[in-house]
Write a protein that binds this ligand. Structure first.
Ligand SMILES: Cc1cc2nc3c(=O)[nH]c(=O)nc-3n(C[C@H](O)[C@H](O)[C@H](O)COP(=O)(O)OP(=O)(O)OC[C@H]3O[C@@H](n4cnc5c(N)ncnc54)[C@H](O)[C@@H]3O)c2cc1C
Length: 335
């Protein structure tokens, strides 16, 4: 039991640009149900901001995610994300409902919104968590990598709500209990609210196969061992043949071989594809945290002692400049 007036867990239910609930929301809901059990069954709620598009679908997804209560806050202006407007609306709801814990997905939007809300609510935020628990005093124990990924720190927050962001695809959806969800729909008046930002254009970060790094089933990732642009072009060719996308280590990004949006790892994206092909990547812990949940990992490296082999399902010791062209030829012959 928590020792304060604040009760329940509130989750920010972010929508995609197609007005669908992001899968990280169901991941957070599943985890929140486990936390709520340790808090004597406190309710798990969601808040969604919508311009009223796709509402039935949104309700369906949130009910199936196991929420006790869902606040659906509506205004045409919620169509486009604005830090000023969204944060004000979230802060007002938190003040009204006084949750003990508030969780966000560590998406671009969640990473923007959560700290603004935390600062305004005079509380703490543990960002980019990899695990959540409730300690013996009923406090949120939020775990995240620290010291360059070499240590895991479990952080407690003095104030309420205790806030955290969690990366997509880190938490497993397990044993979800479907509830008789209470939906509270409200129109939000934004007359006195201004946004200091305006969206001029939206450019989706897709590669040739039309898939984003986060959604890809197959990722061919290159590291410093790839050495030059020509090498990365080969990885791209392989990725296209496999209907996948290319990712990179920070080492490769720092060398100018790949764009920062392609970086996977602690300071890049977290991915969980069906197949991850690591090419010329040593397997530093800061890279591993972003890809170690991949279903199958194939590593190609000339150094048999490279740490990437410790987590690989299949390891190929050899020169990538020989192996990658051979793989490409083999796939072309099969097409
Ligand atoms: C705070 C912090 C955050 C970080 N965040 C990230 C992050 O988000 N993502 C990330 O990736 N890193 C991150 N890093 C950097 C990380 O520590 C490593 O430096 C980086 O991942 C190494 O990249 P690499 O594997 O490409 O390079 P290297 O470690 O240099 O490995 C290159 C590999 O290529 C192999 N190789 C060379 N030539 C060939 C060949 N011809 N054929 C086959 N194999 C070959 C070598 O044997 C070697 O294993 C972070 C570091 C810090 C301190």
């Amino acid at each position: 039991m928590s020792d304060n007036e604040n009760k329940g867990i509130l989750i920010y239910a972010q929508l995609s640009r197609n007005f669908e609930v992001l899968s990280v929301v169901s991941e957070l809901a599943s985890e929140a149900q486990k936390l709520a059990e340790k808090l004597d069954g406190e309710p798990v709620s969601a808040v969604v901001l919508t311009d009223e598009t796709n509402i039935d679908n949104i309700k369906n997804t949130l009910q199936n995610s196991g929420f006790d209560r869902v606040y659906i806050l509506k205004n045409k202006q919620f169509k486009e994300y604005s830090t000023d407007i969204y944060s004000k609306v979230i802060i007002d709801l938190v003040k009204e409902t006084s949750p003990s814990i508030m969780l966000f997905g560590a998406t671009t939007q969640g990473r923007d919104l959560a700290p603004v809300a935390a600062a305004a609510l005079n509380t703490g935020l543990t960002a980019d968590c990899t695990g959540l628990d409730i300690n013996e005093k009923g406090k949120l124990a939020a775990t995240r990598p620290t010291f360059g990924g070499n240590l895991m720190a479990t952080i407690l927050c003095k104030n309420y709500p205790q806030m955290a962001t969690v990366r997509p695809k880190v938490l497993q959806i397990e044993n979800v209990q479907i509830k008789n969800t209470e939906f509270i729909e409200r129109y939000i008046d934004l007359n006195n609210l201004n946004s200091r930002t305006k969206i001029i254009d939206f450019i989706k970060n897709v590669q040739d196969t039309g898939v984003t790094l986060n959604d890809a089933d197959i990722i061919v990732a290159g590291g410093k061992g790839v050495k030059n642009e020509n090498g990365f072009n080969k990885l791209k060719e392989l990725a296209v043949l496999l209907n996948g996308v290319v990712g990179a280590t920070r080492g490769a990004v720092d060398m100018g071989l790949a764009e920062s949006s392609m970086q996977i790892g602690q300071t890049g994206k977290t991915v969980c594809p069906k197949l991850y092909i690591a090419v010329g990547i040593s397997g530093a812990i800061q890279h591993q945290v972003g890809m170690c949940s991949s279903k199958k990992i194939i590593a190609i490296n000339s150094d048999e002692n490279a740490p990437i082999f410790d987590i690989a399902d299949v390891g190929i010791v050899g020169d990538l400049n020989v192996i990658i062209p051979e793989l490409i030829n083999e796939l072309k012959n099969r097409k």
